[in-house]
Design a protein around this ligand. Structure first.
Ligand SMILES: [Ca+2]
Ligand SMILES: [Ca+2]
Length: 272
């Protein structure tokens, strides 16, 4: 009898190991007063607490288009939480935005984390976001990552209202961003210490268009992370492709530590 019970226990435990995951629902809602789009989400534990006993989790990340924007936990009494976050700046009506809940920590019964569930929302016809908080600059020396250099210093604002500059050189090639199209996210990860200086954000993920070797019609996707001073922990990623033919990738550098220079996040500054 004891053996039978322990086998049953092992069986139940292995089922729960496969079964644990967060659930997610989300809506994109236009605030008619501010004209801004917010993404309202709710996440809850899939687990039946009575049955599996592992419904708690101390860290559930919420991601928009793959970028962590907030973290919370599943805890008593209802093992769920909800929140609201501005939709990506520059996203157009009809664009789809993915919303993901990811279990980062282990579940309360010891089951490892890593499970995720996603849904998507559509930017409404009635409004789009144009304002964001914070900006990023490259100070001091040229920023290097892999064989790619950001030259002339750059300025990238989280919103699309102010002037931006991004110029990249690699292996004799040149890209100059002419228009910052979309800020997918400007976020502050509590695990990343961006100071000095104090700044409300540490990561920018954006999309722009510009000239590749003086020819128009190219799109750049970029990620820049400020992880403090001097700059050795800062990270960058780039992907440059033909706008009309995204499969034609001209240059791609996955997210990695920069090997020279310094990325700095800042608070907004009154614009002249
Ligand atoms: Ca941070
Ligand atoms: Ca830095």
């Amino acid at each position: 009898m004891l053996k039978y019970l322990s086998i049953t226990f092992v069986l139940l435990f292995s089922i729960s190991a496969q079964a644990h995951h967060p659930e997610i629902s989300a809506d994109a809602v236009c605030d008619e007063t501010t004209g801004e789009v917010n993404i309202n989400y709710e996440s809850w534990t899939w687990d039946s607490c009575d049955y599996y006993g592992g419904c708690g989790n101390t860290r559930i990340d919420i991601l928009l288009n793959g970028v962590v924007i907030e973290s919370n936990s599943f805890s008593e009494p209802d093992y769920r939480f909800s929140g609201s976050y501005p939709a990506p700046v520059g996203a157009q009506p009809g664009d789809s935005v993915s919303v993901t809940a990811l279990a980062v920590d282990a579940w309360s019964n010891g089951t490892e984390g890593g499970q995720s569930r996603s849904t998507s929302v559509t930017i409404p016809d009635t409004c789009t976001n144009t304002s964001g908080t914070g900006r990023f600059t490259g100070g001091g020396h040229q920023i290097r990552v892999d064989a790619v250099r950001i030259t002339r210093g750059f300025t990238l604002h989280c919103d699309l209202l102010l002037s931006n500059n991004l110029e990249i050189n690699w292996k004799g090639n040149h890209f100059h961003m002419k228009e910052h199209m979309e800020t997918v996210a400007c976020t502050d990860d509590p695990d990343i210490i961006q100071a000095p200086p104090e700044a409300p954000v540490d990561t920018i993920v954006g999309v722009g268009q510009g000239h590749y070797n003086n020819e128009p019609g190219y799109t750049i996707e970029f990620t820049l992370v400020d992880a403090g001073e001097p700059g050795g922990d800062d990270q960058a990623a780039f992907k440059l492709y033909e706008t009309a033919n995204p499969a034609n990738v001209i240059m791609e550098v996955p997210l990695q530590s920069i090997t020279g220079g310094n990325i700095q996040a800042h608070a907004d500054q009154p614009h002249k």
